[in-house]
Design a binder for this molecule. Structure first.
Ligand SMILES: O=C(O)C1=C[C@@H](OP(=O)(O)O)[C@@H](O)[C@H](O)C1
Ligand SMILES: C=C(OP(=O)(O)O)C(=O)O
Length: 422
């Protein structure tokens, strides 16, 4: 299937934010490990969160998707898997990385695997740190990459971990740490990639009753024995998904309001709104909605997006419509995602007519007259959504494999269609 995107004029639209993917993954894991029952209210039901839920079910945790909620029966820190199990994490890095440490809480070995692309996404630094904490991690295929077989136990103690490729390595150990035999102390010798996701991890852990101490992003200690307690857990809206909706106003002009976002959220992709503001949009944040409005022209900016990787492509799309160049830094780790995102974004923007310069850790977009092209997102939801939005300003865009948005934002096309934008 192909979605054809035509040029539209200024917009005036209001959308509900899809629920947060990162919060839903973490609430599922905390609820599964907790003592007692958890009710996750307003979760994201998308391909990736279903993969985490299915993985937990494979580990023996009863859970049920009900209308508007997930009911999870916590296993009090020991997964009751009946024997060795294999969990297919598909294309979801968060599922694979976060379940890797949790797998040590099963009585039996766990094999974690995924899509062909997932098998190219690194897990080496996570494996190394888990071994230092008592786990056994065997690489079934290529060393440093899934599939991995996890056995042994989470003894705990102190170790260093390199999170410069992915913050998910650190989040993984933190989330399982309350169930280690001893306290877990992690030192991060290098600045972690996507550090804001460590704030999301800490937020969920605290919300479920764990005890975590930290010094910024370079030292964390989790108390062993302060177990998660089952609870009613509401999931806030997703700033990464909302970025595509805000970007519609930025590239087409007019106004887009998104409801259901937490204005005080620790989600790093809130930074996308700072970028839009710096480029010349008006951003207002009320109790009901966050609104982006553009009446004049956009200016290029220079911005570090190292903590907000999932909105780099959205920002690149907006930047291509500005009146001057934009330099986005902190992009090195985008090569490890569902696709080599900087490469794909640069190649597509160049085909559309923009000037693009790429370095190891930056992306500079020089606007020029643009024309629509056919985009094959190669199973990367964010490529599909970012270029669909740009298509609304440029016209003549064709997005192949539109179903790949199911990974994080299953209602994306319907949301645009519902507001008359497609
Ligand atoms: O922990 C998480 O929920 C995520 C962390 C980020 O990954 P990296 O830390 O690998 O950059 C982000 O890109 C991903 O979509 C979700
Ligand atoms: C990188 C992403 O997710 P994950 O790492 O979970 O595959 C994403 O959603 O952009």
């Amino acid at each position: 299937m192909i979605v054809r995107v035509s040029r539209i004029g200024p917009v005036d639209a209001t959308f509900p934010a899809p629920p947060s993917k990162s919060y839903t993954h973490r609430a599922l894991i905390a609820g599964a490990l907790a003592s007692g029952r958890t009710r996750i209210a307003g979760p994201l039901r998308a391909a990736d969160t279903e993969l985490t839920a299915r993985g937990l079910e494979t580990l023996g945790v009863p859970l049920e998707w009900l209308p508007g909620e997930i009911a999870v029966a916590g296993c009090s820190g020991t997964f009751p898997a009946p024997g060795e199990v294999t969990i297919d994490c598909g294309n979801s890095g968060t599922t694979l990385r976060l379940l890797t440490s949790a797998a040590l809480l099963s009585r039996h070995p766990v094999v974690l695997t995924g899509s062909p692309r997932m098998l190219e996404r690194p897990v080496g630094p996570l494996a190394g740190a888990l071994r230092a904490l008592g786990g056994e991690v065997a690489f079934v295929g290529e060393p440093g990459f899934p599939p991995i077989r996890i056995s042994g136990r989470l003894r705990g103690g102190k170790t260093a971990i390199d999170g410069s490729i992915s913050s998910q390595f650190v989040s993984s150990i933190l989330m399982a740490a309350p169930y280690a035999d001893e306290d877990v102390e992690l030192t991060l010798p290098a600045a972690p990639a996507s550090r804001s996701y460590l704030d999301v991890t800490a937020d969920v852990m605290l919300g479920f009753g764990a005890h975590i101490e930290r010094r910024g992003y370079d030292w964390f200690r989790v108390e062993s024995g302060r177990a998660y307690r089952g609870r009613d857990y509401p999931v806030e809206g997703d700033y990464s998904s909302a970025s595509y909706l805000f970007a519609v106003a930025a590239v087409c002009g007019g106004r887009v309001a998104v409801t259901g976002l937490n204005p005080a959220s620790v989600q790093g992709d809130r930074r996308f709104l700072d970028a839009l503001e710096a480029m010349g949009c008006r951003v207002t944040s009320g109790t009901d909605a966050v609104t982006v409005e553009r009446t004049g022209d956009l200016e290029g900016i220079e911005i570090d997006m190292s903590s907000s990787p999932d909105t780099v492509q959205t920002l690149a799309a907006v930047a291509a419509t500005a009146g001057s160049p934009t330099r986005i830094t902190g992009t090195a780790h985008l090569q490890y995602k569902e696709s080599d995102r900087v490469g794909v974004t640069a190649e597509t923007l160049r085909r559309m007519g923009a000037g693009v310069e790429v370095t190891e850790d930056s992306l500079t977009i020089t606007p020029a007259p643009l024309h629509g092209v056919a985009v094959d997102p190669h199973d990367d939801h964010r490529t599909a959504m970012a270029f669909a939005v740009l298509g609304l300003a440029v016209g003549g865009m064709a997005i192949r494999d539109p179903a790949c948005v199911e990974k994080s934002f299953p209602g994306f096309w319907e949301a645009l269609y519902g507001e008359g934008l497609l």
